[in-house]
Design a protein around this ligand. Structure first.
Ligand code: RFL
Ligand code: PHB
Length: 389
């Protein structure tokens, strides 16, 4: 088989890239290790920057998002005895959209089906070859038979644990990492959201977040030690802990119910440089991970897709190489800013085991500064709604 762009990974990055390319007549094949049901069962991000909203519309997959998504013009940051509202609209003129990653993936699969896009599921042993030559190819095994796809370029959209990043020689690749000493226990429940907007709360017992997917579907998180296991947390214990950590007005109104998904995610900051090697381009979680505190993971995947899509368009339509040549530099400039923001939000809003009294006073004074400085609120809002592409 031959295609123009072989895409490894059928998560949001890979599907969005193939959808955008197809609409411009550029051919791709998506190779996904898991089944479609497995990919669609993963509960992940929920907050979309406006740039991502517009990119989904450009890809022709914005209809359901526009009908069912919820626009948020602000968010609440809470610490014991105070609540600070960050007014995105007033401070930046922009807003974010609440629409789950699961729904986006659904919409992208539907769109790929409708256009006859090729997505091969349960592709085992996917391996890129000849990435530093002019004629790369990818091999994989499906139903016990080995297949080969010849291509012009390979897009590595296969997440943090994929093969793409590992194909770059260690003499070329530089990795930067910070692992945080806690995780987030997340619960999805068919209950109304705690408030109209998201609440990020810091408490002496640790961080908590009240988020949502729809008017009847909520997503909540509490910071937990890495030694905790999901089995240790009954639903009742989760709700009791959440109520302790969030402001009183939200705790009193909180409607609890059975969890329909419960998991613990470790927190990590990670960047791999460069994001291009020969004819391989890394996209999304394959190249970088952020702690979820700034809601940036999925949004960064979208901005990578935007840069790569435009580079590929310029290559195929105008024969100009600059977009592809500049992909890694441009994408990394935005990635590092989102890394900085996610790291600073994480530092401000979590209890660290070794922070001591000094660290605690630093957090308190940072929140106090935020409460009383429009400049500080504007900086937070500008990053949260998303820096320009
Ligand atoms: P994905 O979504 O990981 O998709 C990669 C796809 O590649 C497939 N794959 C392979 N396919 C073929 N061959 C191989 N060798 C392969 N290896 C892997 C995988 O099966 C998968 O389908 O990466 P992508 O597309 O770059 O999208 C990135 C986003 O998914 C990610 O940034 C966010 O979900 C991060 N994230 C969150 N971000 C937020 O903004 N807010 C959140 O609340 C939030 N929660 C989360 C998250 C990520 C989590 N992970 C990765 C464990 C919660 C979790 C649990
Ligand atoms: C979520 O709804 O899952 C969510 C929202 C905001 C974040 C992280 C996760 O910062």
């Amino acid at each position: 088989m031959r295609t123009q762009v072989a895409i490894i990974g059928g998560g949001p990055s890979g599907l969005l890239l193939s959808q955008l390319l197809h609409r411009k007549g550029i051919d791709s094949v998506v190779l996904e290790r898991q089944t479609r049901d497995y990919v669609l069962s993963r509960i992940r991000a929920g907050v979309l920057e406006w740039g991502m909203v517009e990119l989904l519309r450009e890809a022709g997959v914005g209809q359901r998002m526009d009908a069912e998504g919820i626009i948020h013009e602000g968010t609440l940051l809470a610490a014991q005895n105070r609540t600070i509202r960050i007014d995105f609209r007033k401070l930046t003129g922009k807003a974010v959209m609440i629409y789950g990653q699961t729904e986006i993936t659904h919409d992208l699969y539907d769109a790929r089906d409708a256009m006859g896009g090729v997505v091969i599921h349960e592709a085992e042993g996917v391996t890129p070859h000849g990435l530093d030559s002019d004629a790369p190819h990818v091999t994989y095994v499906k139903d016990g038979t080995e297949h080969r796809i010849d291509c012009d370029f390979v897009a590595g959209c296969d997440g943090f644990h994929g093969v793409s990043r590992k194909s770059i020689p260690s003499s070329v690749l530089k990795e930067f990492e910070r692992v945080y000493p806690f995780g987030w226990l997340g619960v999805l429940s068919e209950t109304p959201p705690a408030d109209d907007e998201l609440i990020y709360a810091i408490h002496e017992r640790g961080f908590a977040l009240c988020s949502m997917r729809r008017a009847d579907l909520s997503r909540h998180y509490v910071q937990v030690p890495l030694t905790d296991r999901v089995e240790d947390w009954s639903d009742d214990a989760f709700w009791a802990e959440l109520k302790r950590r969030i402001p009183e007005h939200a705790a009193q109104r909180l409607v609890t119910g059975p969890s329909i998904e419960k998991s613990i995610a470790p927190l990590r900051s990670f960047v791999a440089e460069p994001m291009r090697w020969g004819r391989l381009f890394l996209v999304g979680d394959a190249a970088h991970i952020v702690p979820p505190t700034g809601a940036k993971g999925l949004n960064l995947a979208a901005s990578d897709v935007h840069y790569l899509y435009n580079g590929l368009l310029a290559h195929y339509q105008d024969g100009t190489p600059e977009g592809l040549d500049d992909y890694s530099r441009k994408a990394l400039l935005r990635v590092w800013k989102a890394e900085r923001f996610s790291w600073s939000m994480t530092n401000m809003m979590h209890r660290f085991p070794d922070q001591g009294d000094f660290g605690q006073r630093m957090q308190e004074s940072e929140l106090d500064y935020l409460e009383h400085s429009t400049a500080a609120q504007t900086a937070l809002a500008e990053n949260y709604v998303g820096l320009p592409y």
